[in-house]
Write a protein that binds this ligand. Structure first.
Ligand code: GLU
Length: 444
């Protein structure tokens, strides 16, 4: 049995109740096999794969809080500190009822390679809670965030572990958690990223994931001798990533025709009006179906995903496994030639196989959505030097970082004979840096 297969078989035995994590580990291990085969003896001796697939530690804790009616609740809280070989643990916090240890291990594992691809000194981590912020009052969200941080503060710090947002955690939640951290520790330090601009946040952080996604799409287009301007783009989701992907795609001359939420999608043949989306999502925190009240020429499809809409480019920006094999086939049959992931692992394994078989340009999330965490790392730098950079400076660095990721991914794919297979390229390029650091640092 190959080293990769042995390690995967052992993982399946050890963690039979973690399907999301096993899936993520399998996909990475399969695609780094060429590097592992070339270094098998050294890696085996140092148990490299056994170590890289096991978090350095997982903290799990209870989060008690009281709702507005005076009723008490208890949620689960976690932080998965996966890998610190190349920097302090870095990765978001997700508040969503689906959160469990398996999902956070999958996200933390992906984060290791994503963060490595940015070229910045950040390790991999992820955390969150099964708390559902939907329908909660502001005061309830504040009390929950304070309780969550009252336990988490013991395990994080600006040089230890720097959480940020993810699904269900935006500027409001980061700010409440930052306030509580500061109150308990008496430290004014960059312990969280995605902070407000008046207390250490970075300009362009809000836009970074969506903008970065479109910057890399632009690079992919250039590499393929095509142009983004004039192309039809289908976007899923309507949160932070979807909103700013839509904005940047429109600025670069593309036409975005859909946005969605977990209830359904909106199709606007004239192009999505972003001010309407901002009003619904940022101001009123309402459902996307209200779009058609403001734009009666648009249509809303309850309970459906937008993958049947004809497009050149698809940008899944909602959540994991939102494109299955069938949806992937429909996209390709309808002429879609580029898919880049704003969400983490939105294409399931069958969908990825379809994209690779049909040889369309497919950029996986760990490369395509790395702009968010990259600007988080730039926020850490600004906090450390106690300075704030201009929007143009941060945005310029983001552009360079995304172009750098595109070239690292294409170069690694080509080096191992997988030209234009960005899955293999992203996994190998992300893995190589972490592996080299782990090998150099010894058996820790
Ligand atoms: N949650 C984002 C991600 O999946 C951002 C993480 C961060 O900024 O630390 O990469």
């Amino acid at each position: 049995m190959s080293y990769v297969s042995e390690v995967y078989a052992a993982l399946e035995k050890k963690h039979p109740y973690e399907p999301e994590f096993l899936e993520a580990a399998k996909r990475v291990l399969d695609s780094i096999a060429p590097v592992v085969d070339a270094n098998e003896d050294a890696y085996r001796k140092m148990c490299l794969l056994e170590r890289i697939t096991e978090p350095e530690r997982i903290i799990s804790f209870r989060v008690p809080w009281t709702d507005d009616a005076g009723v008490n609740h208890v949620n689960l809280g976690y932080r998965v500190q996966f890998n610190s070989a190349i920097g302090p643990y870095k990765g978001g916090l997700r508040f969503h009822p689906s959160v469990n240890q398996s999902i956070l291990k999958f996200l933390g594992f992906e984060q290791i390679f994503k963060n490595s691809l940015t070229g910045l000194p950040i390790g991999g981590g992820k955390g969150g809670s099964d708390f559902d912020p939907h329908g909660k009052s502001d005061a309830e969200v504040m009390r929950f965030c304070q309780s969550f941080m009252t336990e988490l503060f013991k395990y994080i710090g600006k040089d230890v572990d720097v959480p940020a947002g993810d699904i269900g955690v935006g500027g409001r939640e980061v700010a409440y958690m930052y306030g509580q951290y500061k109150r308990i520790t008496n430290l004014y330090e960059g312990v969280l990223t995605g902070k407000g601009l008046t207390f250490g946040g970075s300009l362009a952080r809000t836009e970074a994931t969506g903008y970065g996604l479109v910057y890399i799409v632009n690079e992919i287009c250039k590499g393929a001798g095509k142009e983004l301007a004039g192309k039809t783009v289908v976007i899923s989701g309507s949160g932070n990533v979807a909103q700013y992907a839509c904005q940047k795609a429109q600025q670069l001359g593309a036409k975005v025709v859909t946005v969605s939420d977990s209830n359904g999608y909106v199709y606007d043949p004239d192009g999505i009006k972003l001010d309407v989306v901002f009003d619904i999502k940022q101001k009123r925190r309402a459902r996307i179906k209200e779009y058609v009240d403001a734009v009666p020429t648009a249509q809303y499809f309850e309970g459906e995903k937008p993958w049947g809409v004809k497009c050149d480019i698809a940008l899944p920006c909602a959540t994991q496994n939102e494109i299955n094999g069938e949806a992937a086939k429909t996209l390709v049959e309808n002429g879609c030639w580029l898919v880049a992931e704003g969400a983490n692992m939105p294409s399931d394994a069958d969908a990825v196989d379809t994209f690779l078989e049909k040889k369309i340009l497919y950029m996986p999330g760990k490369a395509a959505n790395a702009g968010g965490v990259a600007v988080s790392a730039l926020e850490m730098s600004q906090n450390s030097e106690r300075l704030s950079w201009t929007f143009e400076e941060v945005d310029g660095k983001l552009k360079d970082i995304m172009a750098g990721i595109y070239s690292k991914v294409s170069e690694a794919a080509a080096r191992y004979g997988y030209e234009n297979n960005f899955v293999v390229g992203a996994n190998i390029a992300g893995f190589e840096k972490v592996a080299t650091a782990m090998m150099a640092q010894g058996l820790v």
